[in-house]
Write a new protein. Structure first.
Length: 199
């Protein structure tokens, strides 16, 4: 009996750490945030590689991360905005393809370390209005240059919507990175295992 109890305790600890368990499942974000605009660029040729890398346009995240994102979506909805999702979970094999194209850790995670995208705990996100119409964002998605760096993108009139997004994401438990205003990691997202599960 004591051994079984220890196994149960250990299993619960693994689930909390991002191992097996409901919170760590990859879920379709469209089911969690039905009004999110899904525009997965790597499922089309409209990305920096010029070719479709994903077989379909689906946004998956760890369940716990998707639930955090839903908190941000709710806050933004109250401000007449909806989430625009460009990338979510990314299989590790696709991460290697991106690294082969741009082997620069300022913009692409080295597959030896792994991307938080490949852990299902990162999202590339923008905003649209409640009708789905574009709003002014600092740069295009996947713009490799200093204009997309957070210290430049979140200032002035052009940075208004990016600041709105940043505030909602921070409150929901996400952290931005310096070189891409659109990229957010869930706090503690690196604890999830890397995955190559197909989309």
């Amino acid at each position: 009996m004591r051994g079984a109890l220890l196994v149960l305790i250990a299993s619960a600890g693994v689930a909390r750490a991002g191992g097996p368990g409901r919170a760590a499942e990859l879920v379709d974000v469209a089911a969690v945030i039905p009004d999110a605009v899904i525009d997965i660029r790597y499922a089309t040729a409209g990305n920096f590689t010029g070719e479709a890398l994903y077989p379909k346009a689906v946004c998956k995240l760890r369940r716990a991360v998707a639930e955090k994102l839903a908190i941000a979506a709710k806050a933004l909805r109250a401000q007449q905005r909806r989430l625009l999702l460009w990338d979510c979970y990314r299989p590790s094999s696709i991460q290697r393809v991106l690294w082969d194209r741009v082997p620069d850790t300022k913009y692409v995670a080295d597959p030896k370390v792994g991307s938080v995208h490949s852990r299902g705990a990162a999202v590339d996100v923008g905003l649209v209005d409640l009708d789905g119409a574009p709003v002014t964002l600092p740069t295009e998605y996947d713009s490799f240059g200093e204009a997309a760096h957070r210290d430049r993108a979140l200032v002035g009139e052009r940075g208004t919507e990016a600041r709105r997004l940043a505030a909602a994401m921070a409150k929901a438990g996400f952290v931005g990175i310096p070189t891409e205003w659109w990229h957010y990691d869930a706090e503690g997202g690196a604890r999830y295992p890397l995955s190559d599960e197909p989309l």
